[in-house]
Design a protein around this ligand. Structure first.
Ligand code: HEM
Length: 209
């Protein structure tokens, strides 16, 4: 995937994102994926605690599957976001893994609220606010992603089987992911930090639990 970000504006919300991804058709992941991020206006000088994320295109097959992101890069010892579609809703859960096995429900105070979501037979999308997501504390295991350096290390993963218990994010079950994974260096440019961040974040009014 690209390290230097692309910048695009989501037509529906006007939110400006830096984005990284793997194109549909590439060998690493069937269907490809794109992840976008927007940050508070001072995020390139003062570490942000939150972001607006955009799962622009997570791959799915017949509305099944899930995609995940690691906010430190590796699967372990990092705050993990898992998202999947089910009927008309895209669900999320924040997770944390000490090892390469089913991650625990994250014990810290991070919170996802949604701005909008959509899905079709091959992909699903979600625009969401992730509050308290850039520093974490899972039962004393701490870490974080620093935005002031202008560079993040992030991880991605995709899978085609849907989670078990899909309407109950705290109690999903997963099989080991089967549609690619990786760690990438995500360069942040000046477009990622925007004076409109506060107004955009205020649009995140939908809680899906
Ligand atoms: C990598 C297992 C769920 C994110 C791996 C690897 C294993 C594994 C064995 C290393 C594979 C290799 O290097 O060839 C599992 C199992 C899961 C699970 C058994 C659930 C039952 C998740 C979830 C996320 C995630 C929910 C994120 C939301 C990643 C990432 C990598 C990875 C980003 C690549 C980076 C790394 O190797 O640390 N997983 N995983 N995994 N996993 Fe998972």
């Amino acid at each position: 995937q690209n390290n230097v970000p692309n910048t695009f504006t989501d037509a529906e919300t006007g939110i400006v994102f830096n984005s990284w991804g793997i194109p549909n058709g590439s060998p690493q992941s069937q269907g490809g994926w794109t992840f976008g991020m927007a940050l508070p206006s001072d995020a390139l000088s003062t570490d942000a605690t939150e972001f607006i994320g955009y799962l622009v295109e997570c791959a799915s097959k017949d509305a099944a599957g899930w995609c995940g992101f690691s906010l430190a890069g590796p699967m372990t010892n990092s705050l993990l976001i898992t998202a999947w579609p089910h009927e008309d809703t895209v669900y999320t859960t924040l997770r944390y893994a000490g090892g390469y096995a089913m991650p625990d429900k994250y014990a810290g105070n991070a919170e996802i609220t949604q701005i909008r979501s959509s899905q079709n037979s091959t992909h699903f999308s979600l625009v969401f606010r992730c509050k308290n997501c850039l520093q974490w504390d899972h039962n004393g295991s701490t870490g974080g992603a620093s935005t002031s350096g202008g560079f993040l290390v992030l991880g991605w993963v995709q899978a085609f089987p849907s989670p078990g218990n899909p309407t109950c994010p705290d109690q999903i079950t997963l099989e080991q992911h089967d549609n690619g994974m990786g760690i990438w260096g995500a360069v942040l440019d000046e477009n990622v930090a925007n004076p409109s961040y506060t107004a955009w974040a205020a649009q995140a009014t939908k809680t899906v639990t």
